[in-house]
Every structure is written in structure tokens, then in C-alpha cells.
Design a protein. Structure first.
Length: 226
């Protein structure tokens, strides 16, 4: 096992333990997603066609907002505790640490959403194949969203009113992912081929995974140097 892999594994375990011991932030984000996606169908006319039309945009918007809610303090606690400074002093591979940290956030937020897909399918009158496309689109597209959230959170680390700044930075970059994510489910509902949409979502996520850890690391270094 290479040094980078050992560092990734160690940081992944650390972040996982931290969130399992202090699950409040991610739990609130999951409950927020659940409230939007469950309560909204109960407040509109229960017509299957209407619910199917609303489902793609609503589910993806709820996902983005829940990720945004959870990312407000993405690096803030590590910044206040001096952990980021220790990472820099120890000359560890910061992009690997960032990738591990973001990966834990992604998994712990994505898994509850995937578990809720059968419930969402029932509420929005989606058939099993459409629910499967929803799950696949979330798996393919959410890595890009979570890395963009981490990038925005890195910009706002150490600042007041972080939530507003994160939203302003995140939303323009997240818009293409949101469009293709909701379009994939819309295409599935209309019986169209969704492979192109899923491929684009996967491409966005791969680009984010490859490049954004380096950008996030550079921003954190600048933040610590000020």
C-alpha cells in the first residue's frame, strides 16, 4: 500500500469516527432533505402526472440544499482546532486528506438518500426503473456537488456569515449538474434513453474528484497564511 493510500485510509477512518460520534450536522441535513421531499407531495394535488413532473427538479433541489446545509462548517471545526495547521506543518499530502474528508461526507449523506429512493418513488408515482435512474443519477452526480460544496466551504473558512458566501459560490457551478441530474429522471419518466445524462454527470464528478482537491488545498493554505 502506497503512502497516499495509507494516508487516505487513516484520514477516512478519522472523519468517519468524528461524524459517527457527532452526527448532528449530517443528521439535520438528511432530515431537511426528508422534510422537503416527503411533505411537498402531501401538499399538492395527488395527480400522478403532476407529481412526476415535479419530482426531478424538487428532489435535486432538495439534495443540493441539504448538501449546502451540511457543508457550512465543512472545514471550520478543523480550522478552529488547529487541525488544518497541523496538516500543513506535517507536510502531509493535503489533497489526499481533503479527498478522504469529502468522501466521508459524501457517503454519509448519499446513503440515506438512496435508502429513501423507494419512498420517494411511491410519493412521486415513479415506477421501479425510474427510481433506479434516480438512484444512479444521485450516485453519478453528487460527488461533483459535494466537492463544489467543499470548495465553497474552503473559501468561507474563518469568516462570518459562511452560509451566504457558500451559496453564492456554489450555485453557479452546481447548476449544470442540477440540470443534467433532473433531466436524467425526466428522460426516464418519458421513456427516453438516460445513458447520455448519466455519462455527463459521471464526467462532472470525475473532473471534480481529479482537480478540486488541489484547488481546495491551495485555498486552505492561503487561509492559514493570512
Amino acid at each position: 500500500m502506497t503512502t497516499g493510500m495509507r494516508l487516505f485510509k487513516r484520514q477516512f477512518h478519522r472523519e468517519l469516527l468524528v461524524h459517527l460520534r457527532q452526527p448532528r450536522t449530517l443528521l439535520h441535513a438528511t432530515l431537511f432533505f426528508l422534510m422537503i421531499t416527503v411533505f411537498f407531495p402531501l401538499t399538492v394535488t395527488p395527480e400522478p402526472q403532476l407529481l412526476q413532473q415535479l419530482a426531478p427538479g424538487l428532489i435535486w433541489t432538495a439534495m443540493l440544499l441539504s448538501f449546502l446545509l451540511a457543508s457550512e462548517k465543512f472545514f471550520q471545526q478543523d480550522y478552529e482546532d488547529g487541525v488544518i495547521e497541523q496538516w500543513l506543518i506535517s507536510s502531509q499530502d493535503l489533497p489526499v486528506i481533503v479527498t478522504a474528508k469529502v468522501s466521508v461526507h459524501w457517503l454519509l449523506q448519499l446513503i440515506p438518500m438512496l435508502m429513501l429512493c423507494p419512498l420517494l418513488a411511491m410519493l412521486f408515482s415513479l415506477n421501479p426503473s425510474e427510481a433506479a435512474v434516480l438512484a444512479l443519477s444521485l450516485i453519478a452526480g453528487t460527488p461533483a456537488i459535494i466537492f463544489l460544496c467543499a470548495l465553497a466551504a474552503a473559501f468561507s473558512t474563518g469568516l462570518e456569515q459562511r452560509g451566504v458566501l457558500i451559496a453564492l459560490i456554489l450555485l453557479p457551478f452546481a447548476l449544470p449538474v442540477m440540470i443534467f441530474g433532473s433531466a436524467s429522471l425526466q428522460a426516464a419518466i418519458h421513456g427516453m434513453n438516460v445513458s447520455g445524462y448519466l455519462a455527463l454527470l459521471l464526467a462532472f464528478s470525475l473532473l471534480a474528484i481529479l482537480f478540486l482537491p488541489f484547488a481546495i488545498s491551495a485555498i486552505l493554505r492561503i487561509t492559514l497564511s493570512d
